[in-house]
Design a protein around this ligand. Sequence first.
Ligand code: PXP
Length: 243
Amino acid sequence: MRKLSVNIDHIATLRQARKEPVPDPVHAAFLVELGGADGITVHLRTDRRHINERDLELLRKTIKTELNLEMAATKEMLEIAQRVKPDVVTLVPERPDELTTEGGLDVVKNYQRIKPIAEQVKKAGIRLSFFIETDIKQVQTVKSLYADQIEINTNQYTKDIKNQSKIIKKIEKTARYAHQKGLLVHCGHGIDYWNIQPILQISEVSGFSIGFSIIARAVMIGLKQAVQDMKNIIRESNITEEK
Ligand code: PXP
């Protein structure tokens, strides 16, 4: 059975917009699991712009599925991973002023920097995944960096509509090669309820990491109920008579 890990960073982004305790990503994770997700993904960023250590620690203690921690390959993040022990660590690139992760981690270029971090993640007994582009060289390199899994960056596929069929072929080729090399193959970034279809045709893809489209849909599905709840409170107060 293919796995769905839901990225709940956007719940924390909304919380941080007002610096209020709600909406709480820990509460969201509970609902995500009730919905049938196989895992929870969070990206603990160096600037803590959404998910923070409190969230990560509580998620570790409360979720019943798999916790996937996306993080930069830094000493600070390694120490957090060693302490919290998520089920999976996904190494991603990180730029402070980016809106979201902009591309795959270039493991060829950053090999020396990543290697000691990857080694320690594995030593801690954590499954190790790399967020990479569709490039055979990247797959070959993660193999020598103790990888158990890759997550193929599908962002370009989801945005470049004109070249979608060309890009899906590259995703397929990369997925097939990585699978042959014994790696688990997941896909993520920009995936929605429609563009997932062609990716589902690739049998080597065994999991998905999806955030934005699910959270965006949740807002729309839940808005009507939220308004009704407030309206009921106001109606039930019954202090002033409407003329
Ligand atoms: N995978 C990685 C490595 C990401 O950085 C993100 C975005 O946080 C996702 C998956 C999920 O992407 P989206 O929110 O577009 O579904």
